[in-house]
Write a protein that binds this ligand. Structure first.
Ligand code: FNR
Length: 185
C-alpha cells in the first residue's frame, strides 16, 4: 500500500507582495510529483525573536513551529539581501530553533533555491543559509544548486517558468523528491 504524500513545508524568505521568490515557489509547487505535497508556511506574522519569550512563545510562533513539525521536508526559496538571507527568514529559522532543545528543524531533508534579478542568482545568500541549516542538523541537498536569475520573460502569464527554465526546475524538483524519499522515513 502506498504511503500518504510527503508533506513539504515551503518557506519563502520575502514578504513583498510582488515577490519573485513567492512566484518561483508557486511555479515549484506546480512541478511537484504526486508523492510530494508542497504547502507554503507563512513567516510574515512572526514577531521579532526575543529570547525572553522562549517560555511563552506567541501564537504565530506556535503555529509556525507546528507546521514545520508536521512537515517531512523543507524547501527554502530565498532572496538575497546584501549578500545574505533576509532578516525575516533568519528570524523564522531562529524561532523554530528555540527554546533550547526544542528545535523543530533537526533531521529534515531540505532543498535551497532562490531568485534574483541580479547576476549571481542568490549564490551568496544560499551559502549563508546552508551554514545556518547545518548548525540545525537539517539535511540540505548539496546538488543540484539552483541560482535563478529572473528576466522579464521568465514567467508566462499563468506564472509558470518558460520552457527552458521549467525543464531545469523540473529536474531540480525530481532530485529533491529523490532526496526526500531517501531521508524522510
Ligand atoms: C536586495 N537585492 C539584492 N539582490 C542580489 O542579487 N544580491 C543582493 O545582495 C541584494 N541585496 C538587496 C538588499 C535589499 C535590502 C533589498 C531590498 C534588495 C535585490 C533583490 O534581489 C530584489 O529586491 C528581489 O526582488 C528580492 O526578492 P523578492 O522580494 O522579489 O522575492
Amino acid at each position: 500500500m502506498g504511503r500518504d504524500p510527503y508533506r513539504i513545508a515551503v518557506i519563502v524568505g520575502s514578504l513583498r507582495r510582488e515577490s519573485i521568490n513567492r512566484r518561483l515557489s508557486e511555479a515549484l509547487i506546480r512541478l511537484a510529483p504526486p508523492d510530494l505535497a508542497l504547502q507554503r508556511v507563512g513567516i510574515g506574522d512572526l514577531p521579532l525573536y526575543n529570547q525572553d519569550d522562549d517560555e511563552r512563545q506567541a501564537a504565530p510562533v506556535l503555529r509556525f513551529k507546528g507546521e514545520i513539525e508536521a512537515s517531512e521536508g523543507l524547501i527554502f526559496v530565498t532572496p538575497e539581501y546584501n549578500r545574505s538571507i533576509p532578516g525575516v527568514l533568519k528570524n523564522a529559522i531562529d524561532h523554530g530553533s528555540r527554546p533550547y532543545g526544542k528545535s523543530v528543524w533537526g533531521g529534515r531533508p531540505a532543498g535551497v533555491i532562490g531568485a534574483t534579478f541580479g547576476m549571481i542568482g542568490t549564490a551568496a545568500a544560499q551559502q549563508h543559509l546552508r551554514n545556518v541549516l547545518a548548525c540545525l542538523n537539517v539535511r540540505t541537498m548539496g546538488q543540484p544548486e539552483a541560482f535563478i536569475r529572473i528576466t522579464d520573460d521568465f514567467f508566462d502569464p499563468e506564472g509558470n517558468a518558460g520552457p527552458e527554465s521549467r525543464e531545469f526546475l523540473q529536474k531540480w524538483m525530481k532530485r529533491f523528491a529523490a532526496w526526500v524519499r531517501l531521508h524522510a522515513d
